[in-house]
Design a protein around this ligand. Structure first.
Ligand SMILES: NC(=O)c1ccc[n+]([C@@H]2O[C@H](COP(=O)([O-])OP(=O)(O)OC[C@H]3O[C@@H](n4cnc5c(N)ncnc54)[C@H](O)[C@@H]3O)[C@@H](O)[C@H]2O)c1
Length: 339
């Protein structure tokens, strides 16, 4: 297939490009580099052995987006392009609505105009908010707790309405749990700007000396060791699910919404200690008060993804930590440090 990958120089998008290129698809990456680096394109070339076609496009620009799609000859779009920081979305909700919702609307309009009717979309477990029970299944109530989550829910709804209006439009909506890890080459990985919002990059930056210590929010949750439990999934497993989702859409002509996780809950301290074993480094940490809005335990029931896509996560927590550490130690300052 000829595939447009929007947000393809970002963390999950870049790993997905490697898998899609490896399966022989013809890719065009589009990104505005608002949260990524042009260096990713060089790294992708080093991994895949071929240059990656790239267009610098901001999905907030309706005309640019239209021009990208119309005449592009695409069979499918994989859409990662979004802002994703929960805290920032509370401070700047309008920027999140504009970037994520307007950007997606422009993309859908351009797809319609160009006659491209196959989409794989990055959603998030954040649409479940604080779930009533775990493991979380796809029919759990949707109740978002912050503006970022609201954009994900609205984008899912926009896509759902389009599928209803045009039964020929096929969408695979993928609800990611907690992506971590990096490509085994150490050439691409997660490179947050500023202070990391997520646990694994914080652990990595602490281990490499960029942060003094890790703050663990809450040691009194009703969990195995008192720290919060999440479903960490290796980014390479996650990337593979996008290729499998495209295959399922092509094979069945039916859209779907699936959870992507391992189905295993892992606590903050379990992840931290696995990382210390994988890296051979001690990671200083301190248990501090719970953060408002956090929840004790969230992990997926990923069985629907297995039934519909034939996909399941294969890489364990040790692999996640080993690969995250390889990326961080080879690129202590991320892409910025590689000039
Ligand atoms: N990483 C996670 O923990 C996580 C979890 C659940 C869902 N998601 C979702 O997965 C997707 C990818 O996440 P990621 O971690 O790779 O994020 P990322 O920030 O690394 O990648 C997103 C990419 O989209 C680009 N982008 C953003 N707005 C754009 C616009 N208007 N026009 C063009 N390009 C634009 C950014 O420059 C970046 O390269 C996002 O939609 C995110 O909400 C991520």
């Amino acid at each position: 297939m000829r595939i447009l990958v929007c947000g393809g120089t970002g963390y999950i998008g870049s790993h997905t490009c490697v898998i899609l290129a490896g399966r022989g698809h013809d890719l065009v990456v589009a990104d505005n580099f608002s949260n990524s680096s042009p260096k990713v394109l060089e790294r992708l070339q080093a991994i895949t052995g071929a240059p990656v076609a790239f267009r610098r496009v901001d999905l907030r620009d309706r005309l640019e987006t239209r021009e990208l799609l119309v005449g592009g000859g695409f069979d499918a779009v994989v859409h990662f392009a979004a802002l994703k920081a929960v805290g920032e979305s509370c401070e700047r909700p309008l920027d999140y609505f504009d970037n994520n919702i307007s950007g997606t609307l422009h993309l859908l309009q351009a797809m319609q105009e160009a006659g491209v009717r196959r989409l794989v979309f990055s959603s998030s477990a954040t649409v479940y908010g604080d779930p009533d029970s775990v493991p979380v299944t796809e029919d759990a109530p949707l109740r978002v707790t912050n503006p970022y989550g609201r954009t994900k829910l609205v984008m899912e709804q926009l896509i759902g309405d389009l599928c209803t209006a045009d039964p020929g439009f096929q969408a695979g909506v993928l609800r990611y749990f907690n992506p971590v890890g990096a490509h085994a080459s150490g050439l691409i990985g997660e490179d947050p700007s500023g202070i990391p919002n997520n646990l694994m990059p914080y652990i990595c930056q602490t281990a490499v000396g960029r942060r003094a210590k890790l703050s663990v929010f809450g040691g009194d949750w009703p969990t195995i060791d008192g720290t919060g439990v999440r479903d960490y999934i290796h980014v390479v497993d996650l990337a593979r699910a996008h290729a499998d989702a495209l295959g399922a859409l092509e094979r069945t002509g039916q859209g779907f919404t699936v959870n992507l996780g391992t189905g295993q809950g892992v606590s903050v301290l379990q992840l931290l200690h696995a990382f210390e074993r994988a890296s051979g480094r001690a990671v200083p940490y301190e248990i501090v008060a719970r953060r408002a809005g956090d929840v004790a335990e969230v992990y997926a029931d990923p069985s629907l993804a297995h039934r519909l896509l034939g996909w399941r996560a294969e890489l364990d927590v040790d692999a996640m930590c080993r690969d995250a550490w390889r990326w961080q130690s080879m690129n202590p300052d991320g892409y910025a440090g590689t000039d």
